[in-house]
Design a protein. Structure first.
Length: 127
């Protein structure tokens, strides 16, 4: 969970400073999270660099120079875990943002959880 906190704060700071890319130490969980962000269109690319020790994350901006996401909010923290059931996800799926959920089938978004009719630990959401 600490790795996700570090990654989200690095991403938040990078978009506030209009950086084009960030570097982050590579680990499996952060790589899965960043690949899911790429699939959802929040970042441009994720690449291994320096013999696979670091990830280079290219941030995505629109033609006006605005970032593809405004904010990342953590739901679960190292001291508090938030579980979201399938019923809660159906109520949350009203276009507020994209929720990232850790399930027994891996890391998924709220839309993918609804298609599979499962819940899990709510990690964060992106607006």
């Amino acid at each position: 969970m600490n790795l996700l906190c570090n990654l989200t704060s690095t991403l938040k700071n990078a978009i506030k400073c209009n950086k084009k890319f960030i570097f982050f130490p590579k680990n499996v969980f952060c790589l899965q999270f960043l690949k899911l962000m790429f699939e959802e269109g929040f970042i441009s690319s994720v690449k291994d660099i320096n013999s696979g020790k670091f990830l280079k994350v290219q941030l995505k901006y629109n033609l006006n120079g605005n970032p593809s996401f405004k904010e990342i909010k953590l739901l679960s923290t190292p001291g508090k875990t938030v579980f979201l059931s399938y019923q809660q996800l159906t109520k949350l799926n009203e276009g507020v943002g994209v929720f990232f959920i850790s399930t027994n089938e891996g890391l998924l978004t709220n839309d993918r959880c609804l298609k599979r009719k499962i819940g899990g630990t709510g990690l964060c959401y992106i607006i």
